[in-house]
Design a protein around this ligand. Structure first.
Ligand SMILES: [Zn+2]
Length: 362
C-alpha cells in the first residue's frame, strides 16, 4: 500500500472423490449394481463441480511469506535486485503450477523501465532508503491460466498484488529491514496461492485468469503502469481486477473474519462476490482514500472495474521494520484466502460482468 498522498492442496482436492470411490469399492459385494452405480456417479459429481478450485494450501501461504519477508530479501526495495529476486521466486512458482508465461520473450518476467531520474519527490523519499545499485528497472511477473471455454476465454479476470516494499531504511529499535510482511507479502502469497488452487483444479475456469505481481508500487506504481501498455490480454477484455493489499491481519473496525473492498459502492463487484460467499464488506476507513492508494486505481482509470481487497486496520507497523511475519495472524489470513477462492472461481466462470455504478468510475 502506497503512503498517503503445493502439493498438499492437490492431494486433498482428490481426497473426497477417492475416499467415496474406495468406500464404494469396499462394499461392492454387498450392494446391488444399481446402488453402486449411484455411489460412483455421486463421487464423480463431487469432482466435476465446474471450476471448483483446489483447496487452499495453508502451509504454502506461510512458506511464501516466510521467503518474501525474510531479512535476506532486505525489504524488497522498489527497483532493486531484491525485488528482482522476489519476482524470480514468483515466476518459478507460476512455472511449477503450469501457468502460461505472459511476460517478455516467452518468460514470466516483464521488465518495466523506471524513469531516470525518478521524480524529485520520490528521490527525496528514497534518500532514507538507499539502494546499493541504481534503480533503473522494475519487475512484474505475469502468469496466464487460459480459459476453458473457447468464447468466454477471450475475457479475463486479473488478480494482482505488489512485490516490492521499502527496502532498508532508518533504524527503529535497532532494526533497519523493512520486511513488508503484511505490505504486501500477504497479498503476493494470496495471488500465488489462488494461482496454485485454480491451476490444480480439476477444471479450469471458463474465463482466462491473469495472475500478475507488480514491481515498484511503493514509489509510484511503475510496474502496473507498464503493464497497462503491455498486457497479454487487451484491457477492454479484462472484466475485473482484484488487488490484494495487506490482508495478513484482521481489521478491528470490522468483524474478525472479514475483509474490505476499496470503493465498495462504486461498482457491483463487491456485493456480488459477497453474495457468492466472499467475506467482503465496505472499506471502513473512507477518510484514508485507500481506493486511490494502490495499483488498482490507474487500472480503474483505464476503465477496468479494479478494486483492492484489504484488512489493513491502520496498525502501527505500517511502513515500519516491525511489519514482520511474527505480527501476522495466520488464522485470519488463511480463512480470508479460503473464503475468496470459490467466489473468485465463480467470477472466472460466469457470463456476468461487473460494472461501475453511476459516478463510480474514477
Ligand atoms: Zn506500502
Amino acid at each position: 500500500m502506497a503512503a498517503g498522498a503445493g502439493s498438499v492442496g492437490r492431494r486433498s482436492a482428490w481426497a473426497p472423490v477417492a475416499s467415496l470411490a474406495m468406500t464404494a469399492l469396499a462394499i461392492t459385494s454387498l450392494l446391488p449394481a444399481a446402488v453402486l452405480f449411484c455411489l460412483l456417479a455421486q463421487a464423480q459429481a463431487v469432482g466435476a463441480t465446474p471450476a471448483a478450485p483446489a483447496p487452499i494450501c495453508f502451509r504454502c501461504l506461510r512458506a511464501d511469506i516466510d521467503f518474501l519477508a525474510s531479512d535476506q530479501l532486505q525489504g524488497r526495495g522498489s527497483g532493486t535486485r531484491n525485488e528482482h529476486v522476489a519476482a524470480l521466486f514468483a515466476a518459478s512458482l507460476f512455472a511449477d503450477f503450469g501457468l502460461k508465461p505472459g511476460g517478455d520473450q516467452g518468460s514470466f518476467l516483464e521488465k518495466a523501465p523506471l524513469p531516470n531520474p525518478l521524480p524529485a519527490a520520490v528521490e527525496r523519499r528514497l534518500k532514507a532508503f538507499p539502494s546499493t545499485e541504481p534503480r533503473r528497472e522494475s519487475w512484474n511477473v505475469v502468469g496466464i491460466l487460459p480459459g476453458a471455454d473457447p468464447a468466454m476465454s477471450k475475457d479475463a479476470i486479473l488478480l494482482t498484488a505488489h512485490l516490492d516494499h521499502l527496502g532498508i531504511g532508518p533504524a527503529r529499535n535497532g532494526d533497519t529491514i523493512y520486511n513488508g510482511a503484511d505490505d504486501d507479502a500477504s497479498g503476493v502469497a494470496a495471488v500465488l496461492e489462488l494461482a496454485r488452487s485454480f491451476a490444480h483444479a480439476r477444471r479450469r475456469p471458463r474465463r482466462t485468469v491473469l495472475f500478475v505481481l507488480f514491481g515498484s508500487e511503493e514509489i509510484g506504481g511503475y510496474g502496473h503502469r507498464y503493464f497497462l501498455s503491455h498486457s497479454p490480454v487487451p484491457l477492454s477484455r479484462i472484466v475485473a481486477n482484484l488487488e490484494f493489499e495487506m490482508i495478513g491481519r484482521p481489521d478491528p473496525a470490522i468483524s474478525q473474519q472479514d475483509l474490505w473492498l476499496t470503493g465498495y459502492s462504486r461498482s457491483d463487484l463487491g456485493p456480488e462476490l459477497a453474495r457468492h460467499g466472499a467475506h467482503l464488506v465496505a472499506d471502513p476507513h473512507p477518510a484514508q482514500h485507500f481506493f486511490r492508494r494502490s495499483d488498482n486505481y490507474d487500472l480503474a482509470r483505464a476503465g477496468i472495474v479494479a478494486q483492492t481487497i484489504s484488512s489493513f486496520g491502520l496498525h502501527a507497523d505500517y511502513h515500519q521494520p516491525s511489519d514482520e511475519i511474527g505480527r501476522l495472524d495466520f488464522t485470519h489470513l488463511n480463512s480470508a484466502v479460503a473464503s475468496l477462492a470459490p467466489p473468485i472461481a465463480w467470477l472466472a466462470s460466469t457470463r456476468w460482468k461487473p460494472s461501475w455504478r453511476p459516478g463510480g468510475k474514477p
